[in-house]
Write a protein that binds this ligand. Structure first.
Ligand code: TMP
Length: 216
């Protein structure tokens, strides 16, 4: 049995982390006897990746060139795919990942202005062609998301980018969802956590690669 790869994407403060945990708990209760449900994230899903995450996000005063930024996200992904995601999928697990290749297209492509070809080359090198089976794009007005992030504490280097940058990122997700309607599903994230989770569950119940036969 090969595993399945589900990714959660969105602008800052869209609520991915909450939804990924709720989804994992729910999936585990249905699939737990057949397969494991595994949560991971980018950047930072490996030991090396946590160091890369720190370099990328946690020191807003260090200048990072756009090219370096793109390659560091790529390096984090290469390590993550090879040492964590592929092995979990080979075991037949359901892998839930907080951000993946579409983040690079949205942030470094639409946000920073890299050509789609350049981004695709980095993503291809990092993933060997691995794509999500399904991506939930939690769509939220960037001002609302950034306000949430600021109310939580000190913003990181990406969160400190301009409003324009974050608006381009959101636009990038919108265009990706238009291009890949079967893979990327837009979820309106400007609703309560429980309503969002119910929608995610109902979408997952419609796909045929998870056995919900015990569900009443
Ligand atoms: P988060 O894990 O808290 O969402 O933060 C990760 C940050 O890194 C977020 O600002 C998005 C950014 N990012 C990119 O710019 N490109 C990428 O490829 C990935 C995975 C994340």
């Amino acid at each position: 049995m090969s595993g399945k790869f589900i990714v959660f994407e969105g602008v800052e403060g869209a609520g991915k982390t909450t939804q990924i945990h709720k989804t994992a708990n729910w999936l585990q209760s249905w699939c737990g006897k057949d397969r494991s449900v595994f949560i991971t994230r980018e950047p930072g899903g490996t030991k090396l990746g946590r160091q890369i995450r720190q370099l990328l996000l946690e020191d807003p005063d260090t200048w990072v060139s756009n090219r370096t930024e793109l390659l560091l996200y790529g390096a984090d992904r290469a390590q993550h795919v090879e040492s964590v995601i592929r092995p979990q999928l080979d075991r037949g697990d359901i892998v839930l990942c907080d951000r993946f290749t579409d983040s690079t297209i949205a942030y470094q492509g639409y946000g920073r202005g890299f050509d789609r070809d350049e981004i695709d080359r980095v993503n291809q090198l990092a993933t060997g062609g691995l794509q999500s089976d399904l991506t939930f794009w939690l769509d939220l007005d960037v001002k609302i998301g950034l306000q949430r992030v600021l109310s939580r504490g000190k913003p990181d280097r990406m969160e400190l980018a301009t409003l324009d940058f974050h608006q381009r990122v959101r636009q990038g997700y919108q265009e990706l969802a238009n291009i890949y309607p079967n893979r990327i599903i837009r979820i309106d994230a400007d609703r309560s956590e429980s309503v969002i989770q119910i929608e995610i569950q109902s979408i997952l119940m419609q796909i045929d690669w998870i056995d919900f036969s015990g569900l009443t």
